[in-house]
Design a binder for this molecule. Structure first.
Ligand code: TA6
Length: 302
């Protein structure tokens, strides 16, 4: 499989396929601007690091690399439902896209400093048992001075369907209590830790305990400001009206087998989503695109 992928899609040193942990197929991208690692299992960006910068994404040291399991960290593709299945809690949380093997659709050396990989997932017997619709899911990842993801959903069936989704980005930080997230000021949000209570954000988001907020009806870009590492990560989006901020804090981290007890200090999730009332309804044949652009800004003028 790996030899065939390299023969068909390899781009010399710029894009190489190999086997990673759990013998899952990985893609390593290295160009003049950045490096990235992706897993074909889950269509999952695992690492992104611009040259001269610290890693941008976080992956748990206890992450599971197994068929059918979700990988803890990077940018899981949450689709076609965000959170628990709306009617059947027995179905996998956050849908099945991140637990499925995606196919390679293309690889392009756009320039010496920009590399593009296209992955795809279509319905099959297994997915139709979980979600009775025909679909085509296309993920285009562009690695360069910025990391760009475009997730396109197409309804291939005879009737309309509704879906929720997220690019569930895990960012690595110096220490979570030191960072702040700008861009969500005055946004309405659902506090998933308080019986889905509706609240409104006052000021920048800061984290000193478990946080699980679904900000709705916001198309704003966010900025993750990390004073200790003297960097700001910019998170821009299109086709997304929800942003989710999550940190499990200590107790929840200890309850998760694929999350180190103290790892909550080094990460925060800022997720580009369409969740809750921002669900998307697609007529037969229609396509929806959600885009995410992540880049490291220079140090803030202090
Ligand atoms: O990011 C929001 C959230 O829905 C949290 O409630 C938490 O469950 C997190 O996703 C991780 O979910 P997972 O199924 O990956 O453990």
């Amino acid at each position: 499989m790996i030899d065939q992928l390299n023969a068909q899609f390899g781009l010399g040193d710029q894009l190489v396929f190999g086997l990673g942990p759990g013998d899952l197929p990985l893609v390593e991208i290295m160009n003049e601007a950045a490096m990235a690692v992706l897993s074909l299992h889950g269509g999952h960006v695992l690492a992104y690091q611009p040259l001269g910068q610290k890693p941008v994404l976080w992956v748990s040291k206890l992450a599971r690399f197994q068929h059918g399991e979700a990988i803890r960290g990077g940018i899981p593709v949450i689709w076609p439902w965000f959170g628990a299945h709306p009617t059947d809690s027995g179905r996998p949380s956050h849908g099945f896209a991140r637990r499925s093997l995606w196919r390679v659709r293309g690889a392009t050396a756009v320039s010496p400093a920009e590399t593009q990989l296209r992955l795809g997932l279509q319905d099959n017997e297994e997915t139709r048992l979980l979600w009775p619709h025909a679909f085509d899911l296309d993920l285009t990842v562009t690695v360069g001075a910025a990391l760009h993801l475009s997730l396109r959903t197409q309804n291939k069936g005879p009737e309309a369907f509704t879906f929720t989704s997220a690019l569930h980005s895990y960012f690595t930080v110096s220490t979570v209590t030191a960072v702040s997230i700008a861009g969500l000021e005055d946004a309405a949000y659902i506090d998933q830790l308080a019986g889905m209570a509706r609240r409104r954000q006052s000021g920048a988001v800061q984290i000193s305990s478990e946080v699980d907020n679904v900000y709705v009806n916001t198309e704003a870009a966010c900025r993750l400001i990390d004073p200790y590492w003297q960097r700001t990560i910019a998170i821009h989006k299109q086709g997304s009206r929800s942003t989710v901020v999550w940190n499990p804090w200590r107790d929840k981290a200890q309850r998760m087998a694929d999350f180190g007890d103290d790892e909550y200090r080094q990460m925060v999730c800022i997720e580009t989503a369409n969740a809750a009332e921002n669900e998307i309804r697609l007529a037969p044949g229609d396509t929806h695109e959600m885009q995410l652009k992540i880049f490291v800004e220079k140090e803030e003028e202090t």
